[in-house]
Design a protein. Structure first.
Length: 264
């Protein structure tokens, strides 16, 4: 029996996407603060403490514990619930925070559990639980970087993740292994085994530029991969704004800098 609210949806756009959720009377969608884009008249908004899941312990300590787990994965203490308080179908839309793709996940057909990258969650049907997943292996904990503490999304309704760049979905067969940069993981089903592996080799360590470790995913299960993690994009922007570009020593380079407002 499906316990979460069953919602219909449409994803619009190509590189800067948003998802429009259709709510029947009494249905509710929950989203991260700041994800809201627009909604029809007749939808009520309510700020809730925690994720609003039906599995959540409603005691004060239960709510504090649930909110504390969300803080560990970089999410907000509060979420916003959007409920159709009218008699007809209504729509509410949520926008992606940066260039990339929105990934729609039917948790019921995916085994009821998805492990996702921190900050990947966008919105979901009410009843979906958003918690944390600690990777249990010592090596993963010490060296996993972005992949050590991940989001655990559970339930049997629809959930929506956001990823950077292009998103590839891969189906891993039993025993099939995929080696991947930890930041490029969007999420994977609960049946996939996750570990961290040392790249090795002195030249790779010193000159490789790709980090010392990568994630190892072993099937069976589904994996979603992003081509441009937000951490990689942010580091490039920071480097561009902090250090002088290579062409700045040339006349052509200085002329280009004047054109784009950098002067000398």
């Amino acid at each position: 029996m499906i316990r979460n609210h069953e919602i219909d949806y449409t994803i619009f756009g190509e590189e800067l996407q948003y998802v429009e959720v259709e709510l029947d009377p009494g249905e509710t969608a929950v989203a991260e603060p700041g994800a809201f884009m627009m909604m029809d008249d007749g939808i009520s908004m309510q700020t809730i403490f925690g994720d609003g899941s039906q599995q959540q312990d409603n005691s004060l300590m239960g709510k504090l514990f649930s909110a504390g787990k969300r803080m560990l994965v970089g999410e907000n203490l509060f979420m916003t619930a959007f409920t159709n308080a009218s008699q007809g179908k209504k729509h509410v839309s949520f926008a992606a925070p940066y260039t990339g793709k929105i990934v729609a996940l039917d948790l019921y057909s995916l085994g009821g559990k998805i492990i996702a990258q921190k900050d990947a969650f966008l919105c979901a049907a009410k009843g979906v639980s958003i918690g944390i997943e600690f990777q249990r292996r010592l090596g993963t904990g010490l060296f996993g970087g972005e992949g050590f503490i991940m989001e655990k999304i559970e339930g049997d309704g629809m959930a929506f993740l956001h990823a950077g760049g292009f998103v590839q979905e891969k189906e891993l067969m039993p025993g099939e292994t995929l080696k991947i940069d930890t930041g490029c993981i969007v999420g994977f089903t609960g049946s996939v085994d996750y570990d961290i592996q040392f790249i090795g080799g002195i030249k790779n360590t010193i000159f490789g530029g790709e980090g010392l470790f990568f994630a190892v995913l072993r099937g069976p299960g589904k994996v979603w991969i992003q081509s441009l993690p937000i951490s990689r994009l942010a580091s490039r922007i920071l480097a561009y704004g902090t250090y002088k570009r290579k062409e700045e020593g040339s006349i052509l380079g200085r002329f280009g800098n004047m054109l784009d407002g950098d002067g000398y």
